[in-house]
Design a protein around this ligand. Structure first.
Ligand code: TYD
Ligand code: MG
Length: 450
């Protein structure tokens, strides 16, 4: 009997019985590759049916989490590593995934846990060199350079570590499957083999996954629903600031984030990010600079927004943004023009969130608008000011969540006034913080630029 084959999209995992030039699901061109259907593997779990039983009868052996020794990573995982869990760590190449996991491995082995680091991309010598730089020299840390998943499994069974790192899942292969390495077929099969191993009272397994240009986990979108936890490591390459974000977690909340800084000797945890973002601010107040209070995960973060507005030398004005949404800035410029009456629409405008952080929240609108107005009028905002609020198309300032957290963070860092949306909450932190509640952008500009 001839082997059955099918075609799988390497981007989204779509399965087709025929080859197609364009994936009908994700629209990618030339992304379908042929793979053999291994019916034995695909249906292996089907016969293992158990009878249903009441939830109250199910006992859980007490499985306590263990700490990774890196506080920010524990937080993103929801309070440490759950034994037998499968975690996917995604991120752009060069962002620091291997560095983070090697540091974690080092901390774990230092606390007496056996860790196996499997690398399919670097030789053990290369990892050793990196580990010297990171100051890792532990006897309980085992290295293996291997890409064959069956060999990897054999090694895991032999060394029986408490935690395994596979760097990366895209390079491991299962020899019996004809699909090319990194293709959906391979990745899915290798990941499910690791999942079966982890769930059989095995080690916790961390898989590294690369991200495509479009920002999705390369190939294995399919992986995201297979694993217990999905973490993304983000940041700009020319900036040392990194955020570890949890986008799925079966064992905790996805609001948790971890904040790191990449330094010469590895990743350092940032316990006080607002302080870090504001550390290089101008001491004298300059036009075009406003501090906003934003929420990342469930943590407040103060970030400086800078704007530069100047006369356009071309017919159509230039707009450029870094760290803030381009369309959002266009909208705010239109509101400033139409509702506030500033003739800003024909000017060049540049907006930048300082420090490589992304301000995706609408709550940053007010800060952006004040920075633009401040630069346009060449007047700096009043000293000690923090602003936040969403701007509507009629020029109104709309309420945003987490009011208290934002105000408290500003108060903690020594700011003395907050311009915020008028809302039902009349929270007042007292002390030296003056909370100014505003209905419209026009009023807010009046209060901020004096
Ligand atoms: P790496 O962990 O190899 O990234 P990934 O596994 O996500 O591809 O980290 C790559 C970058 O980090 C590399 O360009 C250099 C930088 N780096 C440092 O700045 N300091 C360090 O101590 C290390 C190990 C790396
Ligand atoms: Mg790497």
């Amino acid at each position: 009997m001839s082997a059955k084959t099918r075609f799988a999209c390497t981007e989204c995992g779509y399965i087709s019985v025929r080859w197609l030039g364009r994936c009908t699901d994700c629209g990618g061109w030339n992304t379908l590759v042929e793979e053999t259907i291994n019916s034995k593997v695909a249906f292996a779990d089907k016969n293992k049916s158990l009878t249903a039983c009441p939830i109250s009868n199910i006992s859980i052996e007490h499985q306590s989490r263990f700490t990774t020794g890196i506080h920010e990573l524990d937080g993103a995982l929801g309070g440490g590593v759950v034994p037998g869990s499968l975690v996917l760590l995604g991120g752009d190449p060069g962002i620091g995934k291997s560095t983070l996991l090697l540091q974690m491995a080092s901390e774990l082995s230092r606390s007496g846990r056996k860790v196996l680091y499997v690398s399919g991309e670097e030789s053990v010598q290369q990892i050793k060199m990196r580990s010297i730089r990171l100051n890792v020299e532990e006897n309980l840390l085992f290295l293996l350079a291997e890409t064959d998943i069956d060999q990897i499994e054999a090694n895991i069974r032999e060394t029986s570590p408490e935690l395994v790192i596979i760097d990366s899942i895209q390079v491991v292969i299962k020899a019996e499957i004809s699909a090319s390495p990194g293709g959906v077929g391979q990745v899915r099969e290798c990941a499910s083999q690791m999942m079966r191993l982890a769930k059989m009272n095995g080690p916790a397994i961390f898989l590294v996954g690369h991200i495509t240009k479009e920002g999705a986990l390369a190939g294995p979108k399919v992986l995201e629903h297979m694993v217990d936890t999905v973490l993304y490591f983000e940041g700009e390459r020319n900036n040392s600031f990194r955020i570890l974000r949890s986008v799925k977690n079966r064992f905790g909340s996805t609001n948790e984030i971890g904040i790191f800084q990449m330094e010469g000797d590895g990743l350092k945890e940032v316990a006080n990010p607002s302080e870090m973002f504001l550390s290089n601010r101008h001491s004298g107040d300059v036009p075009g600079s406003v501090v906003v209070s934003t929420i990342e995960g469930n943590r407040p973060l103060l970030v400086e927004v800078q704007a530069l507005v100047c006369t356009s030398s071309f017919g159509s004005p230039r707009r450029m943004t870094a760290g803030v949404d381009y369309n959002r800035v266009s909208l705010i410029l239109a509101v400033l023009e139409k509702r506030v009456g500033l003739h800003i629409g024909g000017q060049d405008a540049y907006v930048n969130a300082v420090g490589g952080v992304r301000l995706d929240e609408p709550a940053a609108d007010l800060g952006i608008a004040l920075a633009l107005a401040s630069s346009f009028k060449e007047v700096s905002v009043v000293g000690g000011l923090v602003a936040f609020g969403e701007i509507g198309l009629t020029g109104e300032i709309r309420p945003v969540p987490n009011l208290e957290k934002r105000i408290n963070e500003a108060a903690r860092l020594g700011f003395s006034r907050c311009i915020i949306p008028k809302s039902l909450s009349n929270y007042d932190p007292g002390n030296n913080m003056k909370v100014i509640r505003m209905n419209t952008l026009q009023e807010a500009i009046g209060a901020a630029l004096v």
